[in-house]
Write a protein of this length. Structure first.
Length: 398
């Protein structure tokens, strides 16, 4: 991993901001922004189609970079406009029958759960929601009990937006593989935050966002589809780039994950996201993940020492040297309304975010939580910034 000074030098905004909103949208490193701007300038000079042709090699790097990041074949990778779009494309491609069950967790991302709810109502499906254990992770015993012959899909958010908990994706994958049940993993917060090996996790499908811990452009995303299940999936939409039109009334799908892509897409964003993925690979994800976990734990410890602050990341132990199931997302509340604290911090050029109860209704209703604050650290953040953040919180609530 690069020294933090070089990482911060690659991130010009670090000179002006204390950015603890990496779970919302991280700060782009200079190479990512440069790649996007250079392609946009090429489009300005040459035209859109011509620029794409001239920069075709950079576009192809997207597939090899993500294959390296996820430990898979480039043919199992596709570009999508955003993670929610990719997740829904995969969900809609599964040939469900009325009465099929979908199993998910109480920490599921709001848009994902709403999509499941809509699909259940339109196709007559049943959603089984598995509670979390005391650690805040999905309860594996209850999950195993729920996986009967009626279950067609397990959908899991790897790291929820509303807590620092890292769910045991590999253990879930093992259970699904034993029972030949499809496993769809939402890696929006885990891509770039922790090591992702799809063969170790044993997921069949995975989706992720560009803008979060991967530090890519907004409006970009990616998906992984295991090649062995590709022909089982039936994409809901047909695009000329996704098929071969062989006869007037006959076409065949592409034999790779790009059957889910559209011809028209944000080429500059795709190139920038490829650079972001390669940046993560080159920076050594094992070391990066360790730094993020260490900083997250340190932030929890310092916040917990402030009178009036309560940490909401389940299983956090302030006296522990580390909590292995917790990452860089830190959730807490204070005597102030969450939005008021966020605004007071922002006046000091400190970025954080607010988690709305209405956007994470399953888990927060179960836990009796309202709106709370979220601070999310990355490997380019520092202990000095953590101290400054905690001082600012303490002053704001004094």
């Amino acid at each position: 991993m690069k020294p933090v000074e070089l990482l911060r030098s690659d991130t010009p905004a670090c000179r002006e901001l204390l950015h603890f909103n990496n779970a919302g949208s991280s700060l782009q490193p200079r190479p990512v922004t440069d790649a996007v701007l250079q392609h946009l300038l090429l489009e300005q000079r040459l035209g859109g189609y011509e620029a794409a042709q001239a920069n075709a090699e950079a576009g192809q790097q997207f597939y090899t970079a993500f294959a390296a990041l996820l430990n898979c074949n480039p043919r199992e990778i596709a570009y999508v406009e955003n993670a929610s779009r990719g997740w829904n494309l995969l969900l809609q491609a599964i040939p469900f029958d009325a009465g099929d069950h979908i199993v998910t967790g109480v920490s599921e991302y709001a848009s994902n759960y709403l999509s499941l709810l809509h699909l259940a109502k339109t196709k007559g499906l049943v959603i089984d929601v598995i509670p979390n254990s005391a650690s805040g992770q999905i309860d594996l015993e209850k999950l195993e009990d729920a996986l009967d012959d009626k279950v067609r899909l397990v959908a899991l958010t790897h790291i929820p937006s509303q807590s620092g908990v890292i769910h045991p994706a590999a253990e879930v994958g093992r259970l699904c593989q034993q029972r030949r049940i499809l496993f769809l993993l939402d890696a929006c917060q885990s891509a770039g935050q922790t090591v992702l090996d799809v063969n170790e996790i044993q997921c069949d499908m995975l989706t992720g966002s560009g803008r979060k811990y991967l530090r890519g452009p907004r409006g970009t995303g990616f998906m992984y589809v295991r090649h062995s299940i590709l022909d089982f999936l039936k994409p809901a939409t047909v695009d000329l780039s996704a098929i071969s039109w062989l006869q007037r009334n006959h076409f065949e799908w592409r034999d790779d994950a790009r059957r889910f892509e559209l011809f028209e897409h944000y080429v500059a964003g795709k190139i920038g996201l490829a650079v972001a993925a390669q940046y993560a690979v080159d920076n050594n994800m094992i070391e990066s993940a360790a730094v993020i976990q260490r900083l997250g734990h340190r932030l929890r410890q310092q916040l917990a020492s402030i009178v009036g602050v309560r940490i909401h990341d389940s299983g956090f132990i302030a006296e522990a040297s580390q909590c292995s199931h917790l990452g860089g997302i830190v959730t807490f509340n204070t005597p102030l309304p969450a939005e008021t604290l966020q605004q007071r911090l922002q006046t000091q050029r400190i970025n954080s975010s607010v988690l709305r109860q209405r956007n994470t209704r399953l888990e927060f209703e179960d836990r009796g939580l309202g709106d709370i604050n979220r601070a999310s650290v990355h490997y380019f953040n520092t202990e000095t910034e953590i101290a400054r953040f905690c001082d600012a919180v303490e002053q704001a609530i004094a």
